[in-house]
Design a protein around this ligand. Structure first.
Ligand code: TNX
Length: 503
């Protein structure tokens, strides 16, 4: 009998027929086909096994890679491992994902390296499978972001949301407002060094992401989370407005309070707002959105909209209505955190990002639903399951706890279409955010992201009703990712819940 979790694959493919035994990886095997994906496969196999395969110079070889739009859905693929390997992608992305699956089938046993035999047909459930990296609370270099792209694209994530501005710093150069990076980028949380991306740096990230079939979504958080803008351009930002939770948390954590015009080193939220009744503010928003749109091949610009706690509701509504319209004017689709759905006249088609809990509280569900009423759709980032910055256990050294303590099982066991009362078709997919208040290095980021991002990858990719789309199967399959992560130097949290395998 074939055990349900007998193939070490995450996310679970649509259909897997387990084959008989293994196909040894021979030093002389040659790869035929599309060169970008082939080059990627050669490097990845070499890093895992030390065996460096060659690219075939003619049409013959043992590992065949090709694209056939008739043979598989967009982003889908078929993969056969028998006496040779064949991967047929429905498109480039599909071929890339087929290669990721093949790398999971590559295993070392007592007889050496081999591919497990299988016949797989696969395609994603949701078109949008995202991760977010907060580069404001702590800054991560271009190379670190590339490493993050490597490790998340291997799980078939196809969007990278970069949170580029917040109270603690502005991280992308804007030609028309140069003081943003000159004066407001050099610090981060708790005195950590800051940093920013030049436009060339940013283009390099976008291009690298594209090679890994990820679209970059830039976020400029507005109208709140804007203290840093005021460090560069004081005329654009109101004086800080304290709230009780900011005061209490700053006291508890021994963090400084925000002071107008000075870099903010704490991580309290809700104290800042741009000046909503100044026309200059909208010149600023338009310039920033225009320059970001020029750098962004993907359709979305994210304008934030969360936690504007000191902003009167009428002002907030006015601002987000104007800001979403500006994004549309500049040729992009606005994306915003769910609070923006409180405003009646947000631009039609604005996409909302829901970050409330799996049981919605207060006005969150109604705000999210309003995006759908305006012809938009939703991305699900339910904070009590999908937030990668929550602690695994109460005593875990990294992370926060405000939304929940999220062990791997909790991260896995949720259903994105069952949180809100909207049609299933309104849900574009899932995004797992990593907020970086507590993560000073990319290794620390990885320890929060892995393995829980793999849970979100499966929620977003795999068919909802497959028998193996269940915790008991997942935990065993997840355990088999350890040797792949080790080979790629991905730092992961070896959670007790998972039977980690060594090869
Ligand atoms: C809430 S989620 C925030 C962020 C924090 C995060 C920490 C959201 C849209 N806003 O400003 O970094 O909590 O978990």
């Amino acid at each position: 009998m074939v055990l349900p979790h007998s193939m070490p694959l995450v996310p679970l493919p649509v259909s897997v027929i387990v084959g008989d035994g293994r196909m040894p990886l021979s030093q002389t095997a040659r790869i035929v086909g599309d060169s970008a994906v082939a080059a990627h496969l050669i490097v990845a196999i070499a890093r895992r096994s030390g065996i460096r395969l060659a690219h075939s110079s003619d049409a013959t070889g043992e590992i065949l890679l090709r694209i056939d739009a008739e043979a598989a859905a967009p982003e889908g693929y078929t993969l056969t491992v028998a006496d040779s390997v064949e991967i047929v992608g429905g498109d480039e992305a599909g071929l890339f994902y087929g290669v990721q699956t093949l790398l999971q089938l590559l295993r070392e046993d007592d007889d050496g390296w081999a591919f497990l035999r299988a016949e797989i047909t696969d395609a994603p459930r949701f078109a949008r499978r995202g991760v977010m990296l907060d580069v404001t609370r702590h800054f991560f270099s271009v190379d670190e972001v590339k490493k993050f792209i490597d490790s998340t694209s291997a799980l078939k994530f196809n969007h990278l949301h970069l949170h580029l501005s917040d109270d603690q710093g502005w991280r992308i150069h804007i030609d028309s407002w140069p003081k943003l990076t000159e004066l407001a980028s050099s610090t981060a949380s708790l005195g950590a060094p800051g940093g920013f991306y030049s436009k060339d740096d940013y283009r390099e990230i976008v291009a690298y992401a594209a090679e890994h079939h990820m679209l970059v979504i830039p976020e400029i958080d507005l109208p709140g989370h804007t203290h840093a803008i005021g460090v560069a351009y004081p005329e654009l930002v109101e004086d800080p407005v304290m709230n009780d939770s900011l005061l209490a948390e700053s006291e508890r954590l021994g963090q400084p309070l925000p002071v107008a015009g000075e870099p903010y080193l704490g991580w309290g939220v809700g104290h800042s707002s741009v000046r909503i009744h100044e026309e200059r503010t909208y010149d600023f928003v338009r310039d920033v959105v225009r320059e970001l749109a020029e750098l962004t091949p993907g359709p979305y610009i994210h304008i934030g909209g969360d936690e504007s706690l000191g902003t009167p509701q009428a002002d907030f509504d006015l601002f987000v209505e104007r800001a979403t319209a500006i994004v549309v004017d500049e040729g992009k689709i606005p994306l915003a955190w769910h609070e923006v759905g409180a405003a009646k006249d947000i631009a039609e088609g604005t996409v909302g990002q829901y970050w409330g809990k799996t049981t919605p509280e207060g006005t969150h569900a109604a705000e999210a639903a309003h995006f759908v009423e305006r012809g938009g759709s939703l991305i699900m980032s339910a904070a009590d399951v999908a937030y990668l910055d929550m602690k695994y256990t109460a005593d875990y050294p990294l992370g926060l706890t405000w939304a929940a303590i999220i062990d791997v099982r909790a991260a896995y066991e949720w259903e994105p279409t069952e949180v809100l009362d909207v049609p299933d078709t309104a849900i574009l997919g899932v995004e797992a955010p990593l907020w970086s208040e507590t993560t000073r290095t990319i290794d620390e980021v990885e320890r929060l992201v892995f393995p829980r991002a793999a849970a979100q990858a499966e929620v977003a990719w795999s068919p909802r009703t497959a028998p193996e789309r269940a915790w008991e199967s997942f935990r065993v399959r997840l355990g088999s990712m350890a040797p792949l992560w080790k080979a790629e130097h991905v730092d992961f949290h070896p959670a007790d819940e998972i039977p980690w395998s060594t090869r």
